[in-house]
Ligand binder design. Sequence first.
Ligand code: USQ
Length: 397
Amino acid sequence: MKIAILGGDGFVGWPSTLHLSDLGHQVHIIDNLSRRWIDTELGVQSLTPMDSIQERCRIWREVTGRRIHFHLLDVAKEYERLKGWLAQERPDAIIHFAEQRAAPYSMKSDRHKVYTVNNNTNATHNLLAAMVETGIDAHLVHLGTMGVYGYSSVGAAIPEGYLDVEVENLKGEKVHQEILYPTRPGSVYHMTKSLDQILFQFYAQNDGLRITDLHQGIVWGTHTAQTRMHEQLINRFDYDGDYGTVLNRFLIQAAIDYPLTVHGTGGQTRAFIHIQDSVRCIELALGDAPKAGEKVRIFNQMTETHRIRDLAGIVCDLVGAKTVMLPNPRKEAEENDLVVKNDQFLKLGLQPTTLADGLLSEMVDVARKYAHRIDRSRVPAVSAWTKDIARAINHDP
Ligand code: USQ
């Protein structure tokens, strides 16, 4: 297949690009390199040293003989160029990662909220409009998030995207209706992914676009089979308070003797997936495209759930780190249960990599290897969800 990967230079985009190229697909990265600019804005860098995208592609070609094409293009801002590219190249599939993906970054200030909404919503809508206008019949696979569901305390398992509800019709009869699971996003970032769902629903129904939306949990890990092939193919590994995801943060904190930063009581339960499974799920979703006229296919892309304080406990037991309970900079439920259905990927053949698979120590080794690149002052999560929280935790709003 000819595959366009929008956002192919990012944390999940890059290993997915390598994985699909390795499978023999013709892969084109479309990226505006915004994630690298945000590193510069925040004054932080990936724990692992990353080469330029052009250099990464050159090394891949040297190692495997396969070519990855790179196109510098801003999907949210350059609509005509995007449309022109799609009309000319006519990809068979498009994978859409091209969104600002950090919840704390999206809550930093009004400017960051505005940027996140403009960027994410325009990127998705530009793509959908251009797909219709060019008449290409590509399968669109979008990376969404488990966070669109919210973390309700009802205690029922979260289905894969849709909820079967019983309502009473005008004749007083009970009838069933399938609806998109009601969203309850916990940040401006998660809100944009909720908006994406409505855009997808409309374009699938109105124009017959074939769309798969992957509701992914929190990714942990950094290496995949392909990023291991050469030091210069290494994936990025974020540890800072905005972009570092919780388990990866705990692992680097343990590696540098920094107390593990548990927010609140640590009673938040979240869904997790290893990066290797994440790229495999993209492959599986690509191979299982919906037909034109079908509803948007939604998968829960996660393999296990954990409570944050339990994760801290696991890392402490493994490496002997200390934990500190911090006032929570986020507005989120202190404690929640979470049961998630993920039958569809299991049926397609996903064999989950779990925390028990011994990969945690590998991560600590990676963190120790590059520990000299860590700026300890960038470890705390300081982005507060409201001005009141900012005042309470002594950060200027
Ligand atoms: N947390 C801590 N200590 C930390 C960092 C986080 O206790 O040092 C807590 C947070 O308060 C939160 C939980 O850990 O309750 C998860 O935080 P996170 O930063 O790992 O994850 P999140 O902000 O939800 O976002 C990440 C990715 C995002 C993806 C999402 C999947 O950045 O792109 O969509 O995970 S999910 O959470 O399932 O929606």
